[in-house]
Design a protein around this ligand. Structure first.
Ligand SMILES: Nc1ncnc2c1ncn2[C@@H]1O[C@H](COP(=O)(O)OP(=O)(O)OP(=O)(O)O)[C@@H](O)[C@H]1O
Length: 257
């Protein structure tokens, strides 16, 4: 078992002739097993596109992504998720016709129960176990009191926490979160910070895209900075705060990260 769980080797993504990610030589970096990587950069730097390339939403135009020794190139989104990769999106997604708890359970029902089991009457006990798991995840993200609500009653911040809960129940080995604090009030942000620190302590690998640098820098153990799709810098949060290229290009002279 190697120290790194995820590698990007010369990865690039072109939209028509525009290179959104990769710069000249492609993007190369790896993520430490059990590490907490912050992925930052100005608007349009290529952070969400990088997440899409890792999770199989987009295929690289060049280079490859390897997850725990497996080349992801031939795999689709569901196959990559089944390897233990979870992610949330910059714009939270929910099943509008399902209530809050069913939104959390929907992924699990497919993962752990088959229609045949339901036919032979084994659905009920399994459903109870899944409900317990979903309730624990909702408790963790502060939404347990809302479990029977329609998702249309949730605020933007609560929807974001619901997305986190939907990933937590799947016990991902690596979790990618795209701007998890956006629109989330300070109380839920505190809860989120605790959840991420707990996941990190339990050995889950995390990659988090965030514009809230105070939040991110207090949690991450390494940071990758993108600019125009290319790697501008990689290091510890302290290295990044002091990096003259990062300060000039992104943080600004009077930043308070
Ligand atoms: N489907 C697409 N077609 C064409 N261009 C795209 C597409 N998706 C992203 N881009 C472009 O790729 C570049 C990187 O976008 P991306 O959304 O990855 O940046 P980002 O760092 O996540 O930005 P933000 O912080 O604003 O969310 C941008 O110039 C964007 O306009």
């Amino acid at each position: 078992m190697t120290d790194s769980i995820l590698q990007l080797d010369g990865v690039a993504k072109d939209f028509n002739k525009f290179r959104a990610v990769g710069g000249k030589d492609g993007l190369t970096f790896d993520v430490k097993r059990g590490g907490f990587l912050g992925l930052i950069g100005p608007n349009g730097a290529g952070k969400s596109t990088t997440f899409n390339l890792i999770s199989g939403v987009l295929r690289p135009s060049m280079g490859k992504v390897t997850f725990d020794g497996v080349d992801l190139s031939p795999l689709n989104i569901a196959e990559i998720a089944a390897l233990g990769l979870g992610r949330t999106f910059q714009t939270p997604r929910a099943f509008e016709s399902l209530n809050v708890i069913d939104n959390v359970m929907v992924g699990l029902a497919h993962a752990e129960e088959s229609p045949m089991a339901a036919l032979f009457g084994r659905w009920k006990p399994a459903e109870r176990a899944l409900t317990g798991k979903a309730e624990a995840a909702l408790e963790r993200v502060g939404l347990i009191g809302r479990r029977h609500d329609a998702v249309s009653n949730l605020s933007g911040g609560e929807l974001r926490m619901l997305e986190v809960a939907r990933q937590l129940v799947r016990d991902p080995r690596i979790l990618l979160l795209d701007e998890p604090t956006a629109g989330v009030d300070p109380t839920l942000q505190g809860k989120l910070s605790e959840i991420l620190a707990d996941l990190h302590a339990d050995g889950t690998t995390l990659i988090v895209v965030e514009h809230n640098l105070g939040f991110l820098m207090s949690l991450a153990d390494s940071v990758v900075v993108l600019q125009n799709g290319a790697l501008l810098a990689k290091g510890t949060p302290d290295d990044i705060r002091r990096d003259p290229h990062v300060i000039a290009a992104y943080l600004g002279a009077d930043h308070e990260a």
